[in-house]
Ligand binder design. Structure first.
Ligand SMILES: *[C@@H]1O[C@H](CO)[C@@H](O)[C@H](O)[C@H]1NC(C)=O
Ligand SMILES: *[C@@H]1O[C@H](CO)[C@@H](O)[C@H](O)[C@H]1NC(C)=O
Ligand SMILES: *[C@@H]1O[C@H](CO)[C@@H](O)[C@H](O)[C@H]1NC(C)=O
Ligand SMILES: *[C@@H]1O[C@H](CO)[C@@H](O)[C@H](O)[C@H]1NC(C)=O
Length: 410
């Protein structure tokens, strides 16, 4: 009995100490790191990182039993200068490294890629530059990689993403990455978030086969120079909630499979060269209204959305719209040409081409096979169906009802 009391007494002393004692290798590495950090916040760390209980130090996390340092969370600590790679590499069991929102500059030290146990790496919002090393593929356990808001440039390396089978979040927006999307992105089978917005990526978006990423919930590739058609492989991403491809050079029609993405609630395809409409039949897209707010190319439509070559806000100023199968739901003083267009409401538009459906008032409609309703429209051409009142109709073979003035023909 006395023995076990003694044991408990000793344990009570030992336990708190044990939880704070870090492995001597890690202690040495952290002391080296403190010496090599620059910037206003480095002096602070230097003063608070004292003693040998490094597991208790600010920003340091340890694995309880082993006392190995597994996490270093120094985001927003006023640090600057190069990332001290050699000291970091001494933290061989590191799984989480958060250095975001500092002023780190220079290129990524090669030693960073020797931290093979890293699971979460965030370097966002620094002044880091240079190309992304293909040694990234050594970090096979990564689930999160955030490089956003830096000055990284050059091509994204291909042949690295095959190895990152655990990666769930790839976030590298607002850098200077250029070149085409590496096809090996297609093998990121655990990926949930892909955000490469606001880079200078070019080439066909279909370089990525999205079929290999069944868990993707969020894709943001907006504000690049991506071209080509929307890849049908996106239709296999049944978990997709948010898809933003705005401000690229995508072409073609908005495909009907968009309507089959059950969870999609945000879609922004504005400022591309796409035509067509999101399938209205799909009630699942009822939440899509979120798209309108900040998307100039779409501000002129209500939902369901319609995408255009047009790059101006229709509600605010006259637009020139060409192409076919466009729909204008509101707006005034627009010039619309092409075929199979629909003006649902809106005034004082000039519509040419054929097979247009026009309602509203004060529209000038030329060419043929239009259906015109509303009032005070001027209709010329032939084979038009005109209802409403005070329309002026010329040409021939029209079907005119209502209180309209038929100038010529009949
Ligand atoms: C990667 O993760 C696996 C599974 O959790 C683990 O067994 C392995 O040791 C990790 N690799 C490294 C280099 O830490
Ligand atoms: C785009 O990225 C640049 C840096 O490459 C940054 O300065 C700019 O603020 C970013 N723009 C947006 C809208 O995120
Ligand atoms: C995309 O990958 C899937 C398997 O994930 C494959 O069946 C399909 O053929 C690939 N598509 C293309 C265009 O390579
Ligand atoms: C449209 O996208 C291009 C990039 O492809 C961009 O330079 C331009 O500013 C965008 N226009 C608008 C109105 O957002």
């Amino acid at each position: 009995m006395a023995k076990s009391w003694l044991l408990l007494f000793c344990l009570a002393f030992l336990l708190p100490a044990a939880s704070a004692t870090c492995h001597p290798d890690d202690l040495r590495a952290l002391r080296g790191l403190a010496r090599n950090l620059r910037g206003g916040g480095a002096a602070h760390l230097h003063s608070v990182w004292s003693g040998a209980s490094c597991c208790d130090w600010e920003g340091v996390g340890c694995h309880g039993a082993s006392g190995r340092v597994t996490a270093l969370r120094l985001h927003g600590h006023g640090l600057a200068g190069p990332i001290p790679g050699a000291s970091l590499a001494g933290l061989t069991r590191l799984e989480e490294l958060f250095l975001g929102s500092n002023s780190f500059a220079g290129t990524l030290p090669d030693e960073l890629f020797s931290l093979a146990g890293l699971r979460r790496l965030s370097l966002a919002s620094n002044n880091l530059a240079g190309q992304l090393s293909s040694r990234l593929s050594d970090l096979r356990n990564l689930t999160l990689l955030d490089l956003s808001i830096n000055h990284f440039s050059g091509h994204l390396p291909d042949n690295v993403f095959h190895d990152l089978m655990s990666l769930e979040h790839l976030v590298a927006h607002s850098n200077g990455f250029s070149g085409s999307l590496p096809p090996s992105l297609s093998s990121l089978s655990s990926l949930r978030e892909l955000n490469l917005r606001n880079n200078s990526l070019s080439g066909p978006i279909s370089h990525v086969n999205f079929s290999g990423m069944p868990l993707l919930a969020s894709v943001d590739l907006s504000t690049n120079y991506l071209n080509g058609l929307l890849p049908v492989s996106l239709a296999d991403c049944g978990e997709l909630r948010s898809l933003s491809l705005a401000n690229n050079r995508l072409v073609g029609t908005i495909p009907s499979w968009i309507g089959e993405l059950d969870h999609l609630h945000y879609l922004d395809l504005s400022n591309n060269s796409m035509i067509g409409k999101v399938p209205k039949s799909s009630t699942r897209l009822k939440g899509l209204a979120t798209v309108v707010g900040h998307s100039p190319g779409m501000a002129f439509t209500n939902m369901p959305l319609y995408e255009k070559r047009n790059r101006r806000i229709l509600g605010q100023q006259p637009n020139v719209i060409s192409g076919s199968r466009n729909t204008i739901r509101s707006g005034t003083n627009n010039v619309l040409s092409g075929n199979d267009n629909t003006v649902i409401s809106g005034n004082d538009n000039v519509v040419t081409g054929s097979n247009n459906v026009v309602s509203g008032s004060g529209n000038v409609v030329t060419e043929r096979n239009h259906v015109v309703s509303g009032s005070d429209n001027v209709v010329s051409g032939r084979n038009n169906v005109v209802t409403g009142s005070n329309n002026v109709v010329s040409g021939r073979n029209h079907v005119v009802s209502g209180n309209n003035k038929v100038v010529t023909g009949g």
